[in-house]
Design a protein around this ligand. Structure first.
Ligand SMILES: Cc1ncc(COP(=O)(O)O)c(C=O)c1O
Length: 430
């Protein structure tokens, strides 16, 4: 059983220590293909588990409501400085507890209740906070949705990509106060310039929700939306490889409104231990080695998507430009749902998530698709060859999903592969 470097501090609590050790073992002996996950550095984990968790710091650097914050102020200032430098932004707010909080704070800062927002449909790749009926966002603001074009198997003109004709028509019809670019399950490049053009045509604000690609943007593998968007929100824990959390960067003119919307508008005391860990991650993301990493993440996703396609899986939009691929299972096996695929793969040691595909005939709970990502296993050192092997393991698992011998054999091969590519090799005490 592996141990984290921090287990020793939880002395006497065998229950929590035992669970942490089990999770350590799970993460390092099975394949992590969830597109929104990564393996943070030990430095990020150390900052997250640091003494800053003790400190209340409502307010912002230099304007706190409690005493004793002169050091915390430096931590938060450092995180803000590193982030504005990383993205070339005027202003940064590093306090949002999550990507969802960051989005709602921006709406609260820049919109009035009832204002119209144009965003991507949840069932075609958008996020819950982009106006899903299940989200509070749809109860306060009036969301209109754009989506993706129809499927098209011509590789020179892939379908299932953002439908900019529809987006432009909806923008002119509804005159939204804000347009949102960004998605949760979309494998193609999201070009900020086209969104800016359409936003300008109708006088809308442009928010770029870069939760998924922000790491690719920081590494220079994808174009930076900061020069185009009024505001960019994101999570810090996906390709970016920081602690769980969110952040907002914006033009200077929106700084005050956004800061007030985060605190006291929505949140109380900031998580300064997470903010210190964000600062660590922003520094890591500014290194040349991080750019090499993000290029490798994209190259691995392309190898993975091609290898899956060669094995009978249809890749939505015919490929990928980022860290994920959306797999349509229907042609591989019409009976196989995303839910069953996820469960069987889990038994074989391959962790991925079911996902609706555009125009999915099945419900969001069942789905006809799987979303897979390369961010975490690329951090562990895997390259194209390993992702080709993973595609083969996935095919074998799903073809023989009722055969326990096959599942056991795959699980063993997965464990062998993970043992060769352990992101925390120096730390696990086997
Ligand atoms: C596009 C997008 N926005 C916002 C979020 C919300 O992030 P969080 O889960 O940290 O609230 C996500 C998370 O997956 C996302 O994909």
């Amino acid at each position: 059983m592996g141990h984290s470097p921090f287990d020793q501090f939880i002395s006497g609590d065998d229950e929590v220590t035992g669970l942490l050790a089990q999770e350590w073992d799970r993460q390092t002996s099975t394949l992590q293909l969830i597109a929104s996950e990564n393996f943070t550095s030990p430095s990020v984990m150390a900052a997250t588990g640091s003494i800053l968790t003790n400190k209340y710091a409502e307010g912002y650097p230099g304007r706190r409501y409690y005493g004793g914050n002169h050091i915390v102020d430096e931590v938060e200032d450092l995180a803000r400085r590193r982030l504005t430098a990383l993205l070339g932004a005027d202003h940064a707010n590093v306090q949002p507890h999550s990507g969802a909080s960051a989005n709602v704070a921006v709406y609260q800062a820049l919109l009035q209740p009832g204002d119209t927002v144009l965003a991507m449909r949840l069932d075609q790749g958008g996020h819950l906070t982009h106006g899903s009926p299940a989200s509070i966002t749809s109860k306060i603001w009036n969301f209109v949705s754009y989506g993706v074009t129809a499927r098209n198997d011509d590789p020179t003109q892939p379908g299932e990509v953002i439908d900019f004709d529809l987006l432009r028509a909806l923008a002119h019809e509804h005159r939204p106060k804000m347009i949102i670019a960004g998605a949760t399950a979309y494998s193609r490049l999201i070009e900020p310039a086209i969104f800016r053009e359409i936003a300008d045509e109708v006088g809308a604000l442009l928010m770029f929700d870069a939760a998924h690609p922000i790491g690719l943007i920081a590494g220079g593998s994808h174009p930076n939306p900061v020069p185009y968007a009024d505001v960019v929100t994101f999570t810090t824990h996906k390709v970016l490889r920081g602690p769980r959390g969110g952040a907002i960067v914006s033009r200077a003119e929106y700084a005050k409104k956004i800061d007030s919307a985060v605190f006291p508008g929505m949140q109380g005391g900031p998580l300064e231990h997470s903010i210190a860990a964000k600062a660590v991650a922003f520094r890591e993301a500014a290194q040349a080695s991080y750019s090499a990493y993000t290029d490798q993440v994209v190259a691995n996703a392309r190898s993975f998507a091609s290898a899956l396609a060669e094995r009978g899986f249809r890749i939505v939009s015919g490929g990928t430009d980022n860290h994920m691929a959306l797999v349509d299972l229907q042609e591989f096996d019409a009976e196989l749902t995303g839910k069953e695929a996820q469960e069987v793969l889990d038994r074989a040691g391959i962790t991925a998530n079911r996902n609706q595909i555009p125009y999915d005939p099945r419900s969001p709970f069942v789905t006809s698709g799987l979303r897979v990502g390369t961010a975490a296993q690329t951090t562990a050192g895997m390259t194209g060859a390993e992702f080709v092997q993973i595609a083969e393991l996935m095919e074998r698992t799903l073809r023989h999903r009722t055969d326990d011998h096959v599942l056991d054999a795959v699980r063993q091969e997965v464990a062998d592969l993970c043992a060769r590519f352990n992101p925390y090799a120096g730390f696990s005490a086997e």
